[in-house]
Design a protein around this ligand. Structure first.
Ligand SMILES: *Cc1c(COP(=O)(O)O)cnc(C)c1O
Length: 389
């Protein structure tokens, strides 16, 4: 477990992103956190060591990243994992057979797959509900419910969930509120401040931001919960290698700066597409017609670079995806480079067709992750790609 240093809470978000969790190296004064490539640590005597015994439990490079992201989320303890899914799988080990979890219905496809294809068979039960409606969430809670798990905005339908309302419901039932904050990042949304118990990320996406590693990270405020997560982290061992932690730590230094440009590009691209395709076909929480625009303005400090377009048919989607040049057709999101994908067959390929239909995910949809290239180049690329339809 990595508890943050109190002094890391000083300063604004950009300052903390660059400095929190990092101290000049004691040996040399190196300003950048060294890459600790070691599996074990020499001990002076039985039980006498510098707080490090074996690197599954703790690694100083990893700890710097954990402190850094915990600070950005306004939490006190961070836990880095080998992937977003490894992180969620470890979080779910807080529960035991017979426990019931209420989960948002349009979560990341891999989250649904982990629950439906693996954890369900281990005795956890799940109810999937539309968490944009707090009433439905309240109705889904049972005496066995131990957690409420949401993602906002959702992938790829960009629906929002009211985190304060979720926190009230979870508290009433003594359930943990677990929030996937991968899309918004702590720059635009801080779930712990709205009552969440655990915030987690696929650091593969915006936190690292350069599409060159896979990782996950969870942040909590409460000490008891942190002890339990540290136990799981060490016992189950889904930890990242130090180099991936180091890359993500380099990434967080520019997170606030990158998010600003993702948001500038997101807004400009959404407005351009609105003019081209009309309200029905552009799903972006920053547009006034979006059903959760008011909540987005309240709960998030900006809207970011993610959006989904309805192109009407899989043939149109295919033509569009084959024509883009600055945007690349690829899984993933949140990197400096612009990406686009086909959620129906890619991120949500493992979700059954009837479930996709129920959540409103069609095969004519394409998702955009607007990078931080020049705004005009992104718009020109989309313009030429749409001409082909
Ligand atoms: C990618 C992603 C995940 C899974 O993370 P990995 O690092 O790919 O394991 C979870 N949630 C969201 C919202 C994601 O985009």
């Amino acid at each position: 477990m990595t508890r943050i240093y109190d002094e890391d809470l000083a300063g604004g978000l950009a300052t903390r992103a660059i400095h929190a969790g990092q101290r000049p190296d004691e040996v040399s004064g190196a300003i950048m956190t060294p890459l600790y490539l070691t599996s074990t640590y020499v001990q002076e005597s039985i039980g006498v060591n510098k707080g490090y015994e074996y690197a599954r439990g703790k690694n100083p490079t990893r700890q710097a990243l954990e402190r850094n992201v915990a600070t950005l989320e306004g939490g006190r303890h961070g836990f880095a994992f080998s992937s977003g899914m490894g992180c969620l799988d470890s979080i779910m080990k807080l529960f035991r057979a017979g426990d019931h979890i209420v989960c948002a219905e349009n979560v990341y496809g891999g989250t649904f797959r982990l629950f439906d294809r693996i954890l369900r068979h281990l005795g956890l039960s799940f109810s999937y509900v539309d968490t944009s409606d707090p009433q439905r969430v309240a109705e889904a809670m049972t005496p066995a419910t131990r957690a409420l798990l949401v993602e906002t905005p959702t992938n790829p339908l960009m629906r929002l969930t009211d985190l304060r309302a979720m926190s009230d419901i979870a508290k009433r039932h003594q359930a943990l509120l677990i929030v996937d904050n991968t899309f918004a990042t702590p720059v635009f949304q801080r779930p712990l401040e709205l009552g969440a118990d655990i915030v987690w990320h696929s650091t593969t996406k915006y936190i690292n931001g350069h599409s060159d590693m896979i990782g996950g990270l969870a942040v909590v405020l409460e000490d008891d919960l942190a002890d339990r997560l540290q136990f799981i982290l060490n016992a189950a061992g889904a930890v990242p290698g130090p180099f991936d932690a180091w890359l993500a730590l380099r990434g967080t230094k520019t997170l606030p700066l990158r998010m600003k440009q993702h948001d500038i590009n997101g807004r400009a691209v959404a407005n351009f597409l609105l003019g081209r395709l009309g309200e029905e076909r552009v799903i972006y929480p920053g547009l006034a017609h979006h059903p959760h625009h008011e909540l987005a303005k309240q709960q998030m400090s900006a809207f970011g670079g993610m959006m989904t377009l309805e192109l009407g048919s899989i043939d149109n989607a295919r033509r569009f995806l084959e024509r883009v040049r600055v945007f690349s057709l690829a899984e993933s999101l949140g990197g400096v480079e612009s990406l686009t994908n086909h959620p129906y067959s890619m991120t949500h390929g493992s979700v059954p067709a009837d479930v996709k239909q129920a959540m409103g995910l069609t095969d004519g949809m394409v998702r955009l992750s607007c990078g931080i290239e020049d705004t005009e180049d992104l718009i020109a690329d989309l313009e030429q790609a749409l001409e082909g339809l």
